[in-house]
Design a protein around this ligand. Sequence first.
Ligand code: NAP
Length: 488
Amino acid sequence: MSTAVSSHPSVAPGTQDRPLRIAVIGSGPAGVYAADMLTKSEAVRDGLVVSIDLFDRYPAPYGLIRYGVAPDHPRIKGIVNALYKVLDRGDIRFFGNVDYGTDLSLEDLQKHYDAVIFATGAIKDADLNIPGIELDGSYGGADFVSWYDGHPDVSREWPLTAKEIAVIGNGNVALDVARVLSKHADDLLVTEIPDNVYAGLKSSPVTDVHIFGRRGPAQVKFTPMELRELSHSKDVDIVLYEEDFDFDEASDAAVKSNNQVKTMVNTLTNWLAEQDDSEDAADPSTGASRRLHLHFLHNPVEITGADGKVTGIKFERTELDGTGNARGTGEFIDYPVQAVYRSVGYFGSALPDVEFDHQRGVVTNDGGRVLGADGTHVPGIYATGWIKRGPVGLIGSTKGDALETITHLLSDREELPLAVEAAPESVVELLDSRGVEFTTWEGWLELDAHEKALGAAASEGGPVQRERIKVVPREDMVAVSRGASVVS
Ligand code: NAP
């Protein structure tokens, strides 16, 4: 039986004897930043004692950094290092392989914590409602990302049989998806891709990947570095189309006022100019075995198929309307493709017992204070990151978000409903009593070392240094981690 610490009114939480107990659900950047900021807050510097537990449904920490960032993305390591430093300090406990809603309910959390912060992010694809979207060969880009990032809950098989592929969307996920689809598998071996991903990509017969944006080159949602990265793939030509380069008043204004837009428009127009300068402008190919086509002003209207399988995609050509938005021209164009990936944004998933805005895919909240069905704040419940504001912005934007949420939490401190089982060991006892095979930070260090050792073993004697090979099956991740599970 756990040692219950009751919410005796004379015991103000936030002291050494009775710290303010906070649960953070989700150990991606949003959750880790919120936890870190709480520990460094002015209130804590002024003597408030907080005790934070970070939960994740996966056996490993880092959320979308581990399961959403492309493996060949150079900035991934910097972010992982920053998150590692926070969690390795030892003042925030990590509980992996604990599923909110299955292993722990909201009621359980309220019993054990004075406040709960949801930082569950978004991992599912937004819908694209066009005819044919259900055909075999039509995929969500985010699902493909989960596959190549070795997500434990997605199938280990991914059908890579298409020679020509369409990727819909002009955001960074579309770039990641298109880059990974078009890159040669051997050029990804230096990354942490699991073996099944390497084997799948290696067998791909792809020759042409087409990225389609519905607006113009000045309206892309890419970021400059990610766009430039496209040109670094070996044996892949970038192909652009003169007729897609249209700029309206709003485009000119965006180029003048926004350095990112200016840089990207320059990159694209320079690529187009280089292509026009090539010896045979009608066929700008350098002879690469794969091509990555960037199309603009194409609005998807239908995925066409035969025998239930994708055989093509139909677009309506669009034109800019002066405001940076696009309208249809009535001209339609078909492309023969055997696979379509939609990368039209992520969408958050509802959480049990928490009010959800199904239009926006976020937990209903006001500045991070989670609201109930009656529109008032549910005391002690907060949200941060993509599940709070929607899946937009780079990882850095999550910091400002976390600051707002924890500022609200700390200013509500006096009114928080106090946990009745606040002793840190009582939640461990609860998980144990339910047979939940949770993993810990020490367990993650074991798994981390194990994955690095797999990479080193695979590199031995070969020309490619593999820094890590991700373990994919959940039970294997848990087994390796639990070998060293110690809860302080
Ligand atoms: P995003 O940036 O919102 O881009 C979504 C794209 O889909 C936009 O081009 C949008 O066009 C298009 N779209 C939406 N609905 C459409 C429709 N019905 N038909 C055709 N196109 C449609 O979303 P994301 O790419 O999923 O990225 C999410 C966030 O993660 C972004 O902040 C992104 O920068 C970040 N991220 C960063 C990296 C990185 O490497 N730094 C990698 C991945 C993701 P409109 O603009 O016309 O709406």
